[in-house]
Structure formats: structure tokens, C-alpha cells
Design a protein. Structure first.
Ligand SMILES: Cc1cc2nc3c(=O)[nH]c(=O)nc-3n(C[C@H](O)[C@H](O)[C@H](O)COP(=O)(O)O)c2cc1C
Length: 325
């Protein structure tokens, strides 16, 4: 039995979000309302096994607050997948996931992400390489795949049964094709069909549904309608840092609390990354935090014009002193 099977139903997963959900943001999310499972940002197996490893390996930094945590890998080269899985297993991750859904051009040109949907034999070899890498580390970790309904067109009818035959412990389905990016509503009825197929095939693969779910309440609705085991939330966290709060009256966070979270985020980012990551990354988050009070737009513009953590922290002090929030 893997940890996936012992989770509550429906369990909630923070989506892998490249450039966003690093150890710092995952800890911030956990401090507001904790998901049941975390994913790392996707990490190139070729990059992890190259001289540039040090920068790539930042993706694999995590703390106990972010557990259980899955290391997500992308790539199609069995040798680097094997080596990356072996090392990740030794780093104490709770599972390894392979990305077979990313629509990014560079990833697809390398035959990874959603390109794997069109090359099932390569996908099967990739899964096997990861299983072998885990075995080489003398661990028994669950292996999972995160994918879409298809690459250019919906091939769920063939692709998903194929994946269910690969002995996966969990399968996350982002219910759109890669070509659709996130531009059309997620087809949750396809997630429901996948759950039925899993039951018909009598395999143990845990099914995680993904696409357009904003918070724990909506996840519960999806669970009741489509009988998924778990629900993954991605962009919902940008609208509400308390998206994973399951209480009957979920916390939304006052404008003041948003600013407190922002301050914690800036301080933790500086503490963890120092100058290793560019300050500009933090600006991605300011629209989440500086919101919903009179004059918020002007303050956000000023925050976006800052060039360092001390500068934005001083701005927050100034904002607090105004009594606007
Ligand atoms: C900024 C950003 C980065 C992402 N990075 C990854 C990633 O590293 N790995 C992955 O499997 N999916 C990635 N995704 C896709 C999300 O995990 C998720 O599947 C998608 O956003 C749909 O879920 P949502 O509608 O809840 O946002 C990313 C999405 C966004 C918006």
C-alpha cells in the first residue's frame, strides 16, 4: 500500500507550478491551509544529469512542512530518468511523477511533456526507467504520471487505458489537450470516464482530477460528481492563498492578512534563496497579495517597481502606516 491509498477522500493536491511553487511558496501555502500532497516544479532529467545540475537541483529543495511531496521529472531519455529517479528516491521524496502533459515548445521539442502522448512506447520505457531507478536506490516509492487528454487532439480513449496498463500508483489527468493550453473549460466528464475505466479494468491506480478547480469546496463538488480520489488545484491558489481550507466556512483572508502573508513570503524567499534566485520572481505574487482595498492598484504598481526585498518590505511598512488596510 502506498501513501496515495491512505489519503482522505477527496484529497487535495497543490499542482506543480514551474517558476511559482518552489519550496518557499509551498511553505507559504502550507502556512495558510495545507494541501494533502505537494509536487515539486517539473525538473528536466537531462538537466539534472548535466554539468548544470546545481541550478536544476534547486527544484528539489524541500522541507518536512511540504510532505508528502512528489518529485516531478520530465524527459524521455531512460538513462537520465533512471539516474534522476534514483537520486530523488535517496533524497527522501514520497513518490516520483513523470510529466506527460506539458505543452511548452522546448519541452515538446525534446520529446518530453505532452509529446509523450504521441509516443506511447517511449512513455512506457520512461515509466519503467523511473521504476528501475527507484529500485536501484533500494526504495519502494510510488510512481505516477500527470498528463492531458491528448496532445493536438483528444485521444483519451486510447491513451488513458494504455497508461492504466503501466502499473502506475497514481494518475493525474488535466482534462484538456495540450493544444488547448488552459483556454477551454476542463472536460471533467472525461475525468469521470477515466474513474469508470479504472474500475472496469480493476487496477489500483489512484485518479487525481485537475482543471479549473478553485478551492476545497469546488474539489468536494467534483468528488461527489465524478468519484475521483483526489483533486489538484493550480491557478486557484493565485486567487486565494487559503484555497485548501476545508472548513465549512472557508477562510478567505482579509486584505491585512494578505499583506502579512506577502511579508512572510518576501522574508522566506530572501532567507532561503539569498541572491541565488532573482528578486523579480517575487513580483509574480504581488497581485495575489495587494488586493481588495481602496487604492490597492496604486500600491501594487509601486510594489512592481521595487528592485529588492528590503525596498518592498519598506513599502509594506509605509502601507501599514496609512491605515488603508
Ligand atoms: C505557471 C504555471 C506553471 C506550471 N508548471 C507545471 C509543471 O511544472 N508541471 C506540470 O505538470 N504542470 C505545470 N503546470 C500545469 C498545472 O500543474 C495544472 O495542470 C494546470 O494549471 C491546470 O490546473 P488549474 O486549472 O487548477 O490551474 C503549470 C501551470 C502554470 C499556470
Amino acid at each position: 500500500m502506498t501513501f496515495w491509498q491512505s489519503l482522505p477522500k477527496p484529497f487535495l493536491v497543490l499542482a506543480p507550478l514551474e517558476g511559482v511553487a518552489d519550496t518557499v511558496f509551498r511553505r507559504i501555502v502550507a502556512s495558510c491551509a495545507k494541501p494533502d500532497v505537494f509536487f515539486t516544479e517539473f525538473t528536466s532529467a537531462d538537466g539534472f544529469c548535466s554539468p548544470g545540475k546545481k541550478a536544476v537541483a534547486d527544484n528539489f529543495v524541500y522541507t518536512p512542512e511540504e510532505k508528502p511531496i512528489i518529485a516531478q521529472i520530465w524527459g524521455k531519455n531512460p538513462e537520465t530518468l533512471y539516474n534522476t529517479a534514483r537520486e530523488a528516491a535517496l533524497m527522501g521524496f514520497d513518490g516520483i511523477d513523470i510529466n506527460m502533459g506539458c505543452p511548452d515548445r522546448t519541452v515538446m521539442l525534446h520529446g518530453g511533456g505532452a509529446a509523450m502522448i504521441d509516443t506511447p512506447a517511449i512513455a512506457a520505457a520512461a515509466i519503467q526507467a523511473i521504476k528501475d531507478g527507484i529500485k536501484a536506490a533500494e526504495k519502494t516509492l510510488p510512481v505516477s504520471v500527470k498528463t492531458r487528454l491528448g496532445n493536438k487532439k483528444n485521444v483519451a480513449d486510447t491513451w488513458l487505458p494504455f497508461l492504466l496498463e503501466q502499473g502506475l500508483d497514481a494518475l493525474t489527468i488535466h482534462a484538456r489537450t495540450a493544444k488547448e493550453l488552459s483556454k477551454v473549460p476542463a472536460r471533467w466528464e472525461e475525468v469521470g470516464k477515466l474513474v469508470e475505466l479504472r474500475d472496469r479494468m480493476k487496477v489500483n491506480t489512484i485518479i487525481v482530477g485537475n482543471g479549473d478547480v478553485k478551492d476545497a469546496k469546488e474539489a468536494q463538488e467534483k468528488y461527489e460528481m465524478y468519484r475521483v480520489d483526489g483533486v489538484m488545484i493550480g491557478r486557484g491558489i493565485f486567487q486565494n492563498p487559503w484555497a485548501f481550507d476545508r472548513s465549512p466556512l472557508p477562510h478567505r483572508g482579509t486584505p491585512q492578512e494578505h499583506l502579512e502573508v506577502m511579508e512572510r513570503h518576501v522574508r522566506l524567499f530572501t532567507e532561503v534563496w539569498g541572491n541565488r534566485k532573482n528578486y523579480a520572481i517575487l513580483k509574480t505574487f504581488y497581485k495575489i497579495y495587494i488586493n481588495n482595498f481602496h487604492g490597492a492598484t496604486d500600491w501594487r504598481v509601486r510594489a512592481m517597481a521595487t528592485n529588492s526585498a528590503p525596498e518592498v518590505l519598506a513599502l509594506l511598512e509605509e502601507l501599514k502606516a496609512t491605515n488603508l488596510v
